[in-house]
Structures are given as structure tokens and as C-alpha cells.
Design a protein around this ligand. Structure first.
Ligand SMILES: CCC[C@@H]1OCC(CO)=C1C(=O)O
Length: 214
């Protein structure tokens, strides 16, 4: 069983770990409910066109209850973007369990990302908020860099394992894969609301991985 691939996704913020507490559990579930409602609205209408009142109405809570969990709209946006990025290390742990080689791990990760962009409103909202980051007065994480670093480390391992076509440089190849995936999911979003994002990525991803595999 090959060594699990390095998890390049830096933990964004260390969540406070406490034992199970029913009151706390209810609070966690409410926070998630608010986050999901906000993600739905940010995805549907964008950051500027969504108010905290809209979020409260969507989740059938008072504005005060929403503010209890997220003191500002910016805090809501930041929490959603953090949750967006928190998806990838969990998926990488699952993909690593498949015991694939580095190139196949890279391909599988991007395939799983496409499925997440199709099905997961937190992932969709995180992407839209990152596009709208100039409108958001919060320190959002720098986009794309963790994916580039993950894919570059996988392609370096691939080159060492003889899985990379001679002359393919892991750095530029990783940057190209991220740009290609971003573009593919964006085109799918605009043209089909991401209904065809998996197929669209498979078509482009197959082409690109044919070009980089030995
Ligand atoms: C894997 C492509 C990059 C990915 O796609 C949308 C988006 C949001 O900004 C991303 C990121 O920041 O990593």
C-alpha cells in the first residue's frame, strides 16, 4: 500500500474540540443550518444581493438568532469559504485509501471535486464568494494555491515514479490543471448551473491527463 499522499491543504482554522454536549450539539446543528441557508442564497443571488434578513427568512429564524452565530455577513461568507476548503483534505483522505498512484490520485481528486461542485452548495457558494472577494470586507483565503500545491506534490511523486511523460514539469502542469478545472466548472455553471460539470470536466481532464502521463 503506497504511502498516503501529502495533504497540502493547510488547516484553515483549528476548530475548538470539546466533548459531546447536547446544548452544544444543537448549536452546531443550528450553525450548519444557517451556513447552508446563506450558501444557498449566496449561490443563487451573490453576496451583495443577499442580506442577513434574507438568510434569516430562508432558515426561518430571527435576524438576532443568525447574528448570535455569525456576528456579521462577512463572518458568514468567511465561514462558508473555510468550509469550502475544508472539504478537500477530507476527500483526499478518502482518495488516499484507494491506494492509487500519484497521477491517478490527482485525477481522482479532480473528479471528486467536480462531483462536489455539482452537488455541494457549500462548495458552490465558496467558489462564488471567491469570485466576489473584492466586495467582501473579510480576509478570505487566497484561492487556488492549495490545489496547485497538492497537484504539484502529486506530480513530483509521479515524475519520481516514472508516471509522467518526459519533459512535463510538475509546477506548470499543476497550475494548468487548476486553471483548466476552474474554467471548466465556471463554464458549466454559467451554461448549465453545473448540471454538466462532471461530464465537462471528464472531457477536459481526460485530454489533459493523456498529455501528462508517461
Ligand atoms: C480546483 C480549481 C480551483 C478551485 O475552483 C474554484 C475555487 C474557488 O476559488 C478553487 C480554489 O480556490 O481552489
Amino acid at each position: 500500500m503506497p504511502e498516503p499522499h501529502v495533504n497540502a491543504f493547510a488547516p484553515r482554522r483549528t476548530p475548538t474540540r470539546r466533548g459531546p454536549d447536547p446544548k452544544q450539539e444543537r448549536s452546531v446543528l443550528t450553525r450548519l443550518r444557517v451556513l447552508r441557508g446563506a450558501a444557498e442564497l449566496f449561490t443563487e443571488r451573490g453576496y451583495r444581493q443577499t442580506s442577513v434578513k434574507d438568510v434569516a427568512d430562508r432558515v426561518e429564524m430571527t435576524k438576532g438568532a443568525v447574528y448570535f452565530h455569525y456576528p456579521t455577513k462577512e463572518a458568514l461568507a468567511l465561514a462558508i469559504v473555510d468550509e469550502h476548503y475544508a472539504r478537500w483534505p477530507k476527500i483526499l483522505d478518502e482518495v488516499n485509501k484507494e491506494g492509487l498512484g500519484p497521477v491517478d490520485t490527482a485525477a481522482r481528486m479532480l473528479e471528486r471535486a467536480a462531483v462536489a461542485f455539482q452537488d455541494d452548495v457549500i462548495v458552490q457558494a465558496g467558489a462564488r464568494l471567491q469570485l466576489e472577494r473584492p466586495q467582501i470586507d473579510a480576509e478570505l483565503p487566497t484561492p487556488y494555491v492549495d490545489w496547485i500545491s497538492l497537484l504539484e506534490s502529486l506530480l513530483v511523486s509521479a515524475r519520481e515514479a516514472g508516471e509522467l511523460r518526459p519533459g512535463v514539469d510538475p509546477g506548470p502542469a499543476a497550475r494548468s490543471l487548476v486553471s483548466a478545472f476552474f474554467g471548466s466548472q465556471h463554464v458549466s455553471d454559467v451554461l448549465s448551473g453545473r448540471a454538466d460539470v462532471v461530464r465537462r470536466w471528464r472531457d477536459l481532464g481526460d485530454l489533459l491527463f493523456r498529455a501528462i502521463r508517461a
